[in-house]
Design a protein around this ligand. Structure first.
Ligand SMILES: NC(=O)C1=CN([C@@H]2O[C@H](COP(=O)(O)OP(=O)(O)OC[C@H]3O[C@@H](n4cnc5c(N)ncnc54)[C@H](OP(=O)(O)O)[C@@H]3O)[C@@H](O)[C@H]2O)C=CC1
Ligand SMILES: O=C1O[C@H](COP(=O)(O)O)[C@@H](O)[C@H](O)[C@H]1O
Length: 498
């Protein structure tokens, strides 16, 4: 976590496999740029982007500047700060499968070590599809520079593996090549301020915890909706899909934050132990139950703001009969004393009407209402909404008496907004997490058993979906997904909240 005062890490080289990809453009470089502006980066700092695409250092920097101007929380990349920052970025064209090319990385490190001296951090960031990770890790593990357990780290993006089996194999492989303290399994939702704040809301206050359980909570919903479609990421997304891309990792981690028991300290392993308990308590879905608790969808062609939008199957890198889901909604139960029989609904999708990640905790209605029936049409408002992004806020919706000589009851809200309280100064998740990697703080990263426990939750769904050909496409762009997703909650008497 970013320290209260700027403590810079030692001299660092950051190699980004997938340097030419969307993650680097959209999140990693904007995060590094903001860290630079905020004076968190070491003076001796180098980023090397790697990929098969052809770039010169200059054309690579130009491409990254477009990313900063579009996606950074500070879009002023055309001023002198970009000119100062960008010379630290270079590009190396290489196929990650070419074992012989890895000596170029060692040579680069040696040259910098000669120039900068010790200590020198070397971070290998694997921002690539999971299929490429074992090969890259093996080639890196063979470099003698990786024996330096204190200063050489490997960051592996989610999804970690393609399924439970490959995640277990990858954990074994990485464990044979690197020490555990060198391995950073990243899930950027854990770096989001609003996600970290869930534990503060629950355990730094005595107000909520007494009602945070099955006696008072009717259901929990976690929605992560995106307006974007594929954005040229066919190479990665076709092999992934919404369940692997968002639910197995980000949404299950958010669920853990909502459902966990109170940690006795904020020691990294204590918090991780408590979260693994939640994952292990999630009721295993039987194959025959999958159709009742899981819905998948894929957007077809349509219109948005009057413009034609291609369907998923028309996107570059996507098979014309692709069965990859761009939408998924599931219902889970956490079998323990706190949560027994409280449904947790998780939903995510691309090409939906809104970009919003929101948690809704719906409390049960009061046991008895003495008010006359006509006083209100809505007794359901006792609800806590946690806005993760883009709205970063907490809203408590409750009933109030409308002023006047009447007994009318209206739903009203109490709002805590980060923007108002902290003037919009929040770092992006990747700023926090990249700095953590450079300083060697693994608190917000995933442990091997957490990743495997999360795969166990989604495995029955993945297996069931593999055996059936879905009727895709089944939702229009800018809609809230397939009809069946509505039914998933409606059959329990609820609605999706957004
Ligand atoms: N995009 C996002 O917002 C987020 C993505 N992630 C994760 O980041 C990872 C990458 O996703 P994303 O950037 O979106 O995917 P992209 O498809 O945009 O990028 C994939 C990258 O892999 C590179 N690559 C593919 N094959 C090779 C190869 N043989 N040798 C060298 N490089 C190769 C590509 O470079 P080239 O074609 O030049 O070889 C490209 O840079 C995924 O694990 C994803 O889950 C996580 C959070 C957010
Ligand atoms: O990990 C991923 O996350 C992004 C969404 O991240 P957010 O911070 O903007 O919510 C998603 O677009 C991408 O498909 C996925 O790989």
């Amino acid at each position: 976590m970013i320290p209260a005062t700027n403590q810079r890490p030692p001299a660092t080289i950051l190699f980004i496999f997938g340097g030419s990809g969307d993650l680097n453009l959209r999140k990693l470089t904007p995060a590094l740029y903001n860290l630079y502006i905020d004076d968190y980066l070491p003076e001796q700092f180098a980023v090397v982007g790697l990929g098969r695409s052809s770039y010169t250092d200059d054309s690579f920097r130009e491409r990254l500047l477009e990313g900063v101007q579009s996606f950074s929380r500070r879009k002023n990349g055309s001023d002198d700060t970009w000119k100062d920052f960008s010379p630290s970025v270079t590009y190396l064209q290489m196929d990650a499968g070419d074992a012989g090319a890895y000596t170029k990385l060692s040579d680069f490190v040696t040259a910098k070590r000669n120039e900068w001296g010790e200590p020198l951090n070397v971070v290998f960031y694997l921002a690539v599809a999971p299929q490429l990770v074992p090969g890259i890790a093996t080639n890196l593990g063979n470099l003698s520079l990786c024996d330096d357990k204190s200063h050489v780290r490997i960051v592996v993006e989610k999804p970690f593996g393609h399924d439970l089996k490959t995640a277990q194999e990858l954990n074994t492989l990485l464990g044979g090549l690197f020490a555990e303290e060198q391995i950073y399994r990243i899930d950027h939702y854990l770096g989001k301020e609003t996600v970290q704040n869930i534990l503060a809301l629950r355990f730094a206050n005595s107000l909520f915890e007494p009602i945070w359980n099955r006696r008072y909570v009717e259901y929990v919903q976690i929605t992560a909706s995106e307006t974007v479609g594929l954005e040229g990421r066919g190479g990665y997304y076709e092999g992934s899909g919404a369940l692997r891309d968002m639910i197995q990792n980000h949404l299950l981690q958010v669920l853990c934050m909502v459902a966990t028991e109170a940690p006795i300290s904020f020691d990294a392993n204590e918090v991780r132990n408590k979260k693994v308990d939640v994952l292990n308590a999630i009721r295993r879905i039987k194959p025959e139950e999958v159709k009742d608790v899981a819905v998948r969808g894929q957007y077809g062609p349509g219109k948005k703001d009057g413009k034609d939008i291609p369907g998923y199957r028309e996107e570059e890198g996507v098979k014309p009969d692709s069965a990859t889901e761009t939408f998924a909604a599931i219902k889970l139960f956490v079998d323990n004393w706190r949560w027994e029989d409280v449904p947790f609904y998780l939903r995510t999708g691309k090409s939906l009407p809104e970009k919003a990640t929101v948690i809704t905790i719906q409390f049960k209605p009061a046991p008895y209402y003495a008010f006359p029936e006509e006083a209100t049409t809505n007794w359901q408002s006792n609800r806590l909404t946690i806005g993760i992004q883009p709205a970063m806020d907490i809203r408590l919706k409750f009933q109030a008496k409308r002023p006047g000589q009447t007994l009318a009851i209206d739903p009203v809200e109490m709002v805590f907004s980060y923007k108002d309280a902290y003037e919009g100064q929040e770092p992006e998740a990747y700023e926090t997490l990249l700095l953590d990697v450079m300083t060697g703080d693994a608190t917000l990263f995933m442990r091997a058993d957490q990743v495997e426990a999360a795969w166990k939750v989604v495995t029955p769904i993945l297996e069931a979906w593999e055996t059936e050909t879905p009727e895709f496409p089944n939702y229009a762009p800018s809609s809230w997904g397939p009809e069946a997703a509505m039914k998933l909650v409606e059959k329990d008497g609820f609605q999706w909240m957004t």
